[in-house]
Design a protein around this ligand. Structure first.
Ligand code: NIG
Ligand code: FE
Length: 411
């Protein structure tokens, strides 16, 4: 199966030599070919160039992309897309004045989602979740990190891992599973938190590792959830199972989770709505990708990650959806790219770099995804006709995507 796309108005994120991360000032540059073609065979990008240099190539499918933009599909490095039910009643509670914290303290929030998930069969959980994954693919996302974390018991976490494994097998998108081993304290462990940490380190992590599904370990490092010491204990335990950290830090409070993540060579530290100079210093010179989640800030009305401070300090930045029922019930990466521009003051070039190459980096797959480079996987999206790629973030909440190609397959 080969696909040839001709007359592309703008072919974005084109790199002759492979690029796996884009940092600081470089994020303002988006390499591009105008009036271009691209040829893909099976799941691989074989050739691309300017139309003036195009010489006939035979292909099974030929697409005329006159007036349209082609770019790598979105790489969403942070989602909780496997969940059961929804939290619409808490949404209304928040509109009526309760805070996210107050709802959680009443036994709502993550505990609420965990209860529903525990009572949902594996098949039902799969059916609810794959539907969302398919919606994400149709909106241009080609690679998706999916976390556990709504189980809160060993059995329910195993159920989540099985569902993620099934999604990975059945979906065309690239699925990167993460064991969110420490997401909240179940009520029965409220007065014996130490026992719960023990359960995580001595039962959950070993058992999950046996299944060999998760690539990464995650902890919600936050006041009222897991403090620095507890997070450290959990990351230490995960190390012997080769689970590299990708952690939730600085969503509401600065506890020092960024420096801790860097110390453990975390692949990413995510949220960062709160951020200080020490955090920025800790990230400098590290291999850890900071990840902003503007959908969460939008939905919870909390501060937006100070992207300018990070990028202007020479650091890279990725953006992701944080798709989950409580703090970001949307996985639309087109909206994430748009809100990165509008609210994080990122330029369209920076936002597109953050949602492609850097998103792929934050999943450990940027050697094969996230840019248009010969030999990389053909995960592409074709937009509706537009004058310039800046219209993708400009026309917020529109769907700019016309067609999606995942691993060389036209959807
Ligand atoms: O990334 N912050 C922790 N976890 C999720 C929200 C979980 C929930 O409210 O269900 C997040 O925002
Ligand atoms: Fe999250």
């Amino acid at each position: 199966m080969s696909v040839l796309i001709l007359n592309i108005k703008q072919l974005l994120q084109v790199h002759e030599s492979n690029v796996t991360i884009i940092k600081g000032k470089e994020m303002k540059e988006l390499s591009m070919l105008e009036n271009a073609y691209i040829y893909i065979d099976h799941d691989t990008i074989i050739e691309y160039g300017k139309m003036e240099d195009y010489r006939t190539i035979e292909a099974d499918t030929i697409i005329d992309a006159t007036g349209k933009i082609v770019l790598p599909s979105w790489c969403d490095s942070h989602t909780h897309v496997v969940y059961a039910g929804d939290r619409t009643s808490e949404f209304v509670d928040r509109i009526n004045g309760l805070s996210y914290e107050e709802i959680a303290n009443k036994g709502g929030g993550i505990l609420n989602s965990a209860k529903v998930l525990q009572d949902t069969s594996e098949d039902d959980l799969y059916n609810q979740s794959i539907k969302r994954v398919n919606e994400l693919i149709a909106m241009g996302t080609g690679a998706i990190e999916i976390k556990t974390g709504y189980g809160l018991t060993v059995d329910a976490e195993m159920k989540m891992l099985s569902v993620i494994k099934r999604i990975k097998q059945e979906s065309l998108a690239v699925i990167i599973p993460t064991l969110l081993a420490a997401h909240a304290i179940p009520s029965e462990f409220k007065s014996k938190k130490k026992d719960y940490i023990k359960l995580i380190t001595e039962e959950l992590i070993p058992k999950a590792s046996e299944l060999n599904i998760a690539h990464f370990i995650d902890v919600f490092c936050e006041e009222g959830y897991f403090d620095i010491k507890e997070t450290n204990t959990i990351l230490e335990a995960a190390k012997s199972y080769d689970l590299r950290p990708k952690i939730h830090v600085n969503q509401f409070n600065i506890l020092g989770g960024i420096a801790l993540g860097v110390k453990h060579n975390a692949l990413s530290v995510d949220h960062l709505e709160e951020l200080n100079e020490k955090d920025i210093e800790a990230l400098k010179g590290s291999d850890t990708m900071p990840v902003a989640l503007p959908g969460c800030s939008y939905f919870l009305s909390i501060p937006y990650t100070p992207a300018r401070k990070l990028i202007d300090a020479g650091l890279p930045l990725a953006i992701a959806s944080d798709y989950n029922p409580g703090s970001s019930p949307s996985g639309n990466m087109n909206f994430v790219v748009s809100s990165a521009c509008v609210k994080l003051k990122m330029t369209p070039e920076e936002a597109i770099n953050a949602a492609t190459v850097n998103g792929a980096y934050a999943m450990g797959i940027s050697n094969m995804y996230g840019s248009i480079t010969r030999g990389k996987k053909a995960n592409l999206l074709i937009t509706k006709p537009m004058n310039h790629y800046s219209e993708i973030p400009y026309a917020f909440a529109h769907n700019p995507i016309e067609q999606v190609i995942i691993n060389g397959q036209l959807l």
